[in-house]
Design a protein around this ligand. Structure first.
Ligand code: ZN
Length: 430
């Protein structure tokens, strides 16, 4: 906590000394400078400011920050860093990881810390337009010994999601596990350490879970009723208490094991002081993405496409967008609609091209988060394109990017929708 707090103070002081203000477009700046209370009421004591004066005012008015509401963030998730890949789903070679970190730098994607991201979502501070967050899951020794030194070379911040019984000395902390001393050293150097359950199992009721028995024995058991409630309490709240006590820090993030959870687990987490919950359903995160389901891209060794797909979901850098005209999603009739909450996976994702003007249907490309480019069909009668969803999409947040060419100019629009619980029961992957 101390580290986190003092880092923020140093940053704010630094910005004040340098007189630095994030560049924001006038339209973006206004809502943040004049925070509206629910119902459109303007907070007392703050008078509306002309948009063109917003950024300047933000610099002189303490406590009021011009926030770039159009910034976008992808969260990358890694596990183990080894030369010899045995489990491609969770391992990556150090050189490949380092190359990816370099790519972020080369493409002007700013790596930000998790707490800065959450502060941006609370409209308390701004972030650069295109950001990535690096997260490591589970607590492996190679995260400390191999990957963290690489991140230090780039001066990239890091969040580690730890399951407490998996730390060395815990009931699951076998070979390759990180130690509490290593975590403490990382904490002291500003690494954000957050929760990832106690024993890393599917949290939903009705699943057989491994439980500890007497004499260091374990057995698989389907927990119900009070027994389940107590076990869940350990997995969601107990792990937070262990981390906070052992490392004397504040934990406000929870990476759900395998990304599997439901409404009651979500409520328990929120009541226990977690500000944000994370899955592995990769997506581009916007300022209004629900903090109860923030999708991360799980990056797999030997599959550079996964990493590339994650970066492609970010809007092109504004410096390089001369040829790209952004079209607001509201101008385009889409299904699902922007911001729509669905009960289950949609059979189709469609967009009426009329809103894009006279585009050539052959130039239309659709990207879907966690899928990349998807195959489209065109219906000349309705002048619309459609992606026929072949496999049921799991519950979570989705971003769609549609691009096309018209008169040699590239047009692009993006929208998001959400599938609530009751989507496919097989959400996420380890
Ligand atoms: Zn994990």
């Amino acid at each position: 906590m101390k580290t986190r707090f003092s880092c923020i103070r140093v940053l704010i002081f630094g910005l004040a000394v340098a007189g630095v203000v994030w560049r924001v477009s006038a339209a973006d700046a206004l809502p943040a400078v004049v925070p509206a209370l629910p119902g459109g009421v303007v907070k007392p004591g703050l008078t509306p400011i002309k948009p063109d004066a917003a950024a300047r005012t933000a610099a002189t008015k303490p406590g009021v920050v011009a926030v770039d509401r159009n910034a976008q963030v992808v969260i990358l998730c890694y596990h183990r860093f080894v030369e010899k890949i045995r489990f491609p789903g969770t391992e990556i070679r150090p050189a490949e990881f380092e190359a990816q970190m370099q790519i972020l730098k080369d493409r002007g994607i700013t790596v930000i810390g998790m707490q800065d991201f959450l502060a941006w979502k609370r409209s308390e501070k701004s972030i650069p337009p295109r950001c990535a967050i690096i997260t490591f899951d589970d607590g492996w020794e190679t995260q400390y010994s191999v990957a963290w030194p690489i991140l230090k070379k780039f001066a990239y911040p890091l969040t580690v999601f730890v399951y407490t019984e998996g730390v060395r000395g815990g009931s699951l902390g076998g070979g390759g596990a990180i130690t509490w001393e290593q975590l403490a050293e990382m904490r002291d150097e500003g690494v954000d350490i957050e929760a990832h359950s106690a024993t890393h199992q599917d949290l939903r009721e009705g699943h057989a879970v491994m439980v500890a028995l007497a004499a260091a024995k374990r057995s698989k058991k389907k927990l119900t009723g009070e027994e389940y409630v107590q076990w869940l309490q350990q997995e969601v709240v107990g792990c937070k208490e262990v981390l906070e006590q052992k490392l004397a820090l504040k934990v406000n993030c929870y990476a759900v094991p395998f990304g599997h959870y439901n409404e009651s687990i979500k409520q328990l987490a929120q009541q226990s002081g977690y500000e944000a919950l994370f899955t592995v359903n990769g997506q581009v995160l916007m300022i209004d993405s629900p903090t109860a389901a923030l999708g991360r891209y799980a990056i797999e060794g030997g599959k550079p496409k996964g990493f590339e797909d994650a970066l492609k979901m970010l809007a092109p850098s504004r410096g390089a967008t001369a040829g790209v005209a952004e079209v607001a999603a509201v101008q385009l009739a889409t299904l699902p609609a922007h911001g729509e909450l669905l009960r289950s996976s949609p059979p189709l994702i469609t967009a009426d091209l009329t809103g894009l003007g006279g585009v050539d249907p052959d130039t239309v490309e659709m990207r879907l988060s966690s899928h990349g480019v998807v195959p489209l069909s065109y219906d000349p009668k309705t002048n619309s394109v459609a992606y026929h969803v072949t496999e049921k999409l799991p519950a979570g947040n989705y971003s769609v990017i549609l691009s096309a060419k018209a008169d040699g100019k590239k047009l692009e629009t993006r929208w998001t929708f959400r599938i609530g619980k009751g989507g496919a029961p097989t959400a996420g992957k380890p």
